[in-house]
Design a protein around this ligand. Structure first.
Ligand SMILES: O=C(O)CCC(=O)C(=O)O
Ligand SMILES: [Fe+2]
Length: 516
């Protein structure tokens, strides 16, 4: 899977660089071949111009015969063109294993649509390479790429078609509209790399409008299609059908405009989740409140005397604290380096099983502390920070996560909400607390949103976020519902350390009050 982690996407970049090298060689060889053909052409043309209509010179006569018997045959049946093409194909085939598959393209297109939705971005803007908000008020762009880049008609067509194939006509209409208008501009000029055409885009867009109940749009697009391809019987039938429908119900024109976004998993919290993501983790106004403050902490352990923790309380009830500079740049790099070769598509608990899910798009790796001294050192600091037992089975191994294109983790609890959850397989109770370390700087998006606490924390590189998932009486704290917002731009890495209830009895004593 390419699209589920930025690391794989980086690897895809070097795959394409290799393809680019093959194409470069091909172009050079073909240029040489054509240059040689041009030389041959010019040579013969010069002879014909000099000779007039007779051949007096016996040498000319000889070479004419030789050319017609042999030279032209060699030119016309030259193998060079196909040899060059074959070399290009061989290069491609050697890389074929590494190339993304259709599911990757689908996942990538869905990632773009997710960014469009969560950050409320205009499709017109995206097609032009701009990250503009859909809004009446003039808002600054949520992200300014350093390099200008825009999408082609065919790029938009593919996104529209992914939506179309999922029967998601809300997105298919937006993206195919863009594809149609771009294809119209370039009509008549063909790009070798394109899969779609104006006709294809019109066809899919017309049908999307029909499914959305906007018959008059479906009709006019189908008529435009027939203008380009008048003999298409299916489209002729569609036009007749739409005309008939409009005759019966002339009103069925404008309903398509109010098409709703398709349902996502967490519809109840969607609005608040997206609002929190859209702040891009900017500091909320509550920071002026008295009970939110910064302090140096040693937790009474000599280990932290020389370098106290820099704690920022970002929320109370649930208690959420951000520890700045918890790891160094070098440590963060080392942890990512250790995780990189071990990354696999992240899973979520579903009933008694673990499985892939669209609502968590990332790859992750579990790192044992015996793997490397860096993990041992980190574990010691984690223990000093939390005062908790970090050893299995009282805590899980370190989970390192790398998000992908539009990678996210929709609102969820880290603790189990059902006795059947696979989290209980360690036989050490539920997940009592989470410590999450941000291992990278994220250009835009990717903040951590706490839905009910109504706050989102930006991915502050090298900082660690701590919160209790369970109340002192062992109940799950519903207020800890949280999410990793889609990564809008950049590469997001986090490391999770999850602590279980057992082994912490004297470190975090139980309580009976449901409030604690
Ligand atoms: O990436 C984030 O900001 C949140 C990740 C998270 O909640 C998780 O991995 O459980
Ligand atoms: Fe989580």
């Amino acid at each position: 899977e390419t699209y589920t982690s930025m690391l794989s996407i980086h690897q895809a970049l070097s795959t394409e660089r290799e393809l680019l090298r093959f194409l470069h060689t091909y172009l050079e060889e073909e240029a040489k071949r054509l240059e040689d053909l041009r030389r041959f052409y010019r040579k013969i043309q010069a002879l014909h111009q000099g000779a007039g209509s007779t051949v007096v010179n016996p040498l000319l006569a000889y070479t004419l015969i030789k050319r017609l018997q042999s030279d032209w045959l060699n030119v016309v049946y030259s193998m060079e063109a196909s040899e060059n093409a074959q070399a290009l194909k061989n290069g491609y085939q050697r890389l074929e294993e590494e190339l993304p598959i259709f599911e990757d393209l689908e996942g990538a297109a869905r990632g773009v649509m997710r960014l469009q939705d969560v950050y409320s971005l205009s499709v017109k803007g995206l097609a032009k390479g701009k990250f503009q908000r859909v809004s009446n008020a003039p808002l600054p762009d949520v992200y300014n790429p350093s390099q200008d880049f825009s999408l082609s008609a065919d790029d938009c067509f593919h996104i529209g078609k992914v939506a179309y194939d999922m029967e998601d006509y809300y997105h298919s209409i937006l993206w195919l509209e863009e594809a149609v208008s771009l294809f119209r501009v370039s009509y008549g000029s063909w790009n070798t790399e394109d899969e779609g055409s104006l006709e294809d885009a019109l066809d899919h867009l017309a049908f999307s409008y029909f499914k959305a109940g906007n018959i008059s749009h479906a009709l006019s697009l189908s008529q435009e299609f027939l203008h380009y391809d008048p003999s298409n019987k299916r489209m002729v039938r569609n036009v007749l059908k739409y005309e008939k429908l409009l005759l019966v119900n002339p009103e069925s024109g404008e309903e398509g405009g109010s098409l709703q976004r398709p349902n996502v998993t967490q519809l109840e919290t969607r609005d608040i989740y997206e609002k929190l993501c859209q702040t891009l983790g900017s500091q909320p106004s509550q920071y002026q409140q008295q009970h939110l403050y910064c302090s140096y902490e040693t937790n009474g352990t000599p280990f932290l005397m020389l370098q106290p923790l820099k704690r920022e309380i970002v929320h109370q009830q649930p208690h959420i604290a951000l520890y700045h500079d918890f790891v160094s740049d070098a440590e963060a790099e080392r942890i990512k380096e250790l995780a990189a070769p071990r990354l696999q598509r992240s899973v979520v608990a579903s009933g008694e099983k673990q499985q892939k899910a669209d609502y968590r798009i990332s790859k992750s790796a579990w790192l044992k502390d015996t793997l490397d001294p860096a993990i041992v050192a980190l574990d010691r600091r984690v223990a000093a920070l939390t005062g908790l037992n970090t050893q299995p089975p009282y805590a899980e191994y370190l989970q390192v996560v790398n998000y992908g294109l539009g990678g996210h983790y929709e609102p969820h609890f880290d603790h189990a909400t059902s006795r059947k959850s696979p989290l209980y397989r360690m036989k050490s109770g539920n997940r009592i607390a989470t410590l999450m370390v941000y291992l990278s700087l994220v250009e835009a998006g990717g903040s951590t949103a706490f839905i009910y606490a109504n706050l989102s924390i930006p991915a502050v590189k090298n900082a660690a976020l701590f919160w209790w998932n369970l109340r002192r009486n062992g109940d799950g704290d519903d207020d800890t519902l949280h999410a990793g917002c889609p990564v809008l731009a950049g590469d997001k890495w986090v490391a999770n350390k999850w602590f279980h209830e057992h082994g912490q009895e004297f470190r975090r004593p139980c309580g009976t009050s449901p409030e604690d």
